[in-house]
Design a binder for this molecule. Structure first.
Ligand code: WTA
Length: 652
């Protein structure tokens, strides 16, 4: 609560410069325009795209919570991202400046990208993929990732991109859930100064998934790969295709992609997005929140295509707006900690969109690193993925933005598809740490337990009280879970799972998740998912996982584990093994920071684990009210175990 009070007494304001404000794409009148006629406003945004057939109705909400936007309209997403720019004479404009981690580069123009996407679309068709079939994509951050997504979109085959850091198990459950027919992968990619492999995980996953007919493999690293009769090389099959492809238009509600995200149970949810509304809102937000000027800007979003930010703000939004962008394969510290700033200087990046966890890492590394590079090309900075603390915000503004760049702190989710709450860079006088307000055309509010809006100065649950064009259309294969998860907490209103506060001016401050979802370096991981990974290890009887505050990653995963058959001799070895086990089950991002071996877990009399108390311990706080515990002595035993330190197994 003291943090909250600090936030609410924040009185620094950063209005845009006059020069920025005058030239900005988004002008102040946009809010009133959208308030007067919300659907008319979105209809005008949709008109910025190229449609093959007009819609008959902007929004059909009669089947709530299942929305249909731009009913009856038809369009092709890839045509909007590529063909229309080439047709308008921009074929020679650079779409992607690719920089591989080892330092190799590729410059891809819009005409070049269209040719590659056409070839890939032809290749997928040859492999038997038809409109409606699902394609899984498991690739590093290389141009082929964008090509593969756009090729799928072009032929109406919904893609399911799986982050390259996920394990074979996580991959196979996602392939199986979406019943993907083809998997697109690579031999590997480059990270942290070396080649990592992707193909072995695919081989393992495909063995579990008989429905997969073909695996299309990009050669990136040239490392040895195992080969089965389902495998085909990308350069063979895509390479020999004609570089033209006639696209057909799809219904506005045709599925565009599925993206799995963690919920409060162990089973990830396949979030479904469709075509017309999604593209309308990502294009609108990308143009207005980032103030994109296609003729002069060089845009760089550092997100991986495996996350929703990579879908909406690396692939679809920027390309629909004819952006020139940078795509970087590797980590920020390879071969040196100034790599990002070198990239900004080399390409003259004007707009940078990244995550608070990265900003805090750079703060730790010191301001001399960015100072060694010319960052004067930057004119706007964005943040996404978790609440940005005012200190990191101020550092970002001063050290990276030279005190001249507006910062847009953008709140949204995999489910929302596009940015929902954010400053408009030429309009809003920003406050360090606040995402400010809902964008024009978006309805957001903070409500209490009963669903009543809280007054200014109050806190509660963040809700979205109007349907929006890029909203999820459901959870793949589970309409019941969709309605239950998002629309049942408050009647007819979307509950986002986040806590938030309105300050005295009514501006919004995001406070993190209020459910059992952790946010580690901007990545969503559910406590239950990690718990079930832990209990799948033969040495574990029971496990409880909490997200503890962490100065670098926002939250860190802390696990409490009861071993089978009493305390083991060698706890350090077991801890190391359990951390590695979670990494194989889910992926390295889900590896607990600490694993504590305990003899009991705090439970209520009805047997529910009291995570709140474990969180107190994990965050070194005095343990809260324990009166509802079945066994009151449990917490002192656990606290004693923690005071002894450790829990990382390798002391890293
Ligand atoms: C959190 C990422 C505070 C939030 C686009 C949300 C944020 C979850 C912000 C979605 C922000 C995202 N300020 N919190 N600007 N942006 N979040 O689905 O808890 O990976 O519910 O989408 O990240 O994470 P997801």
């Amino acid at each position: 609560m003291s943090d909250l009070e600090n936030l609410l007494s924040e009185d620094r304001r950063f209005p845009p410069s006059m020069e920025f404000a005058q030239a900005a794409n988004a002008q102040p009148g946009m809010y009133a325009e959208a308030d007067t006629d919300r659907l008319g406003f979105w209809e005008r945004q949709a008109r910025e795209l190229s449609w093959a057939q007009d819609w008959t109705q902007v929004l059909d909400w009669s089947g709530a919570p299942f929305a249909r936007w731009f009913v009856g309209g038809r369009l092709n997403v890839a045509v909007n991202c590529l063909d229309r720019h080439v047709d308008a004479g921009f074929g020679d404009q650079v779409a992607i400046h690719f920089e591989g981690e080892p330092g190799d580069t590729r410059t891809i123009t819009y005409a070049g990208l269209l040719a590659e996407v056409s070839q890939a679309a032809n290749a997928l068709t040859e492999l038997g993929v038809q409109a409606g079939d699902r394609v899984a994509i498991y690739l590093p951050m290389i141009p082929e990732a964008a090509v593969a997504m756009l090729a799928c979109a072009r032929i109406g085959a919904p893609h399911s991109v799986v982050f390259g850091g996920f394990s074979a198990d996580a991959l196979s459950s996602r392939i199986a859930d979406a019943d993907a027919k083809v998997v697109i992968t690579a031999d590997g990619g480059y990270r942290k100064g070396g080649a990592f492999a992707l193909k072995p995980a695919v081989d393992e996953a495909v063995e579990q998934c008989p429905g997969v007919e073909h695996v299309l493999v990009v050669r990136r690293t040239g490392q040895e790969v195992g080969w089965t009769d389902k495998d085909v090389w990308w350069h063979d099959v895509v390479g020999r295709q004609p570089s033209t492809h006639t696209a057909v238009a799809f219904d506005a509600e045709h599925p565009l992609f599925i993206l799995y995200t963690s919920g409060t149970t162990a089973k990830p949810k396949g979030i479904l997005h469709t075509t017309g509304g999604y593209l309308t809102q990502v294009t609108f937000t990308h143009r207005n929140v980032f103030d994109l000027k296609p003729d002069t800007d060089v845009y760089w979003c550092t997100a991986d295509v495996g996350w929703v930010t990579g879908h909406s703000y690396v692939v679809y939004g920027p390309l629909a707006n004819r952006a020139t962008q940078v795509m970087y394969e590797g980590t920020p510290d390879t071969p040196h900690q100034g790599r990002w700033w070198e990239i900004v200087a080399n390409y003259g990046v004007t707009i940078l969109y990244t995550a608070p966890t990265a900003i805090r890492t750079f703060m730790k590394w010191g301001e001399q690193l960015p100072a060694e590079h010319d960052l004067s090309s930057l004119r706007l900075l964005g943040s996404v993925g978790e609440p940005i603390n005012p200190e990191a915000w101020m550092w970002y503004r001063r050290v990276i933005g030279g005190d001249r760049c507006p910062i847009v702190d953008t709140w949204w989710q995999t489910e929302t598809g596009a940015i929902m709450i954010s400053p408009l860079p030429g309009v809003t006088a920003t406050k360090p740490g606040s995402a400010m307000r809902a964008l024009p055309g978006i309805g957001a509010n903070v409500v209490d337990d009963q669903g009543r809006p809280v007054p200014d100065g109050g806190g509660g649950y963040l809700v979205l009280d109007q349907p929006w064009p890029s909203m999820l259309r459901g959870i793949w294969g589970d309409p019941e879970r969709y309605a239950q998860t998002y629309w049942s907490r408050f009647d007819g209103i979307y509950f986002a799972g986040d806590g938030a506060k309105k300050d005295a001016d009514g501006d919004l401050w995001l406070l993190g998740r209020v459910d059992d979802v952790m946010n580690v370096s901007g990545h969503r991981i559910s406590t239950t998912e990690v718990e079930s990974a832990l209990v799948s290890h033969p040495a574990v009887a029971e496990a409880a996982v909490v997200g503890a505050d962490d100065p670098m990653t926002g939250q860190a995963i802390v696990a409490f584990v009861i071993p089978r058959g009493g305390a083991p001799e060698e706890t350090d070895a077991l801890i190391a093994e359990l951390r590695a086990h979670v990494a194989t089950q889910i992926g390295a991002i889900a590896k607990p920071r600490n694993v504590f071996i305990v003899q009991e877990l705090p439970k209520t009399r009805s047997g529910k684990i009291m995570r709140r108390l474990l969180k107190d311990v994990a965050e070194n706080r005095e343990v809260g009210d324990t009166t509802t515990l079945a066994d009151g002595s449990v917490m002192s035993a656990i606290s004693g175990r923690l005071a002894a330190g450790g829990g990382t197994g390798d002391e890293s």
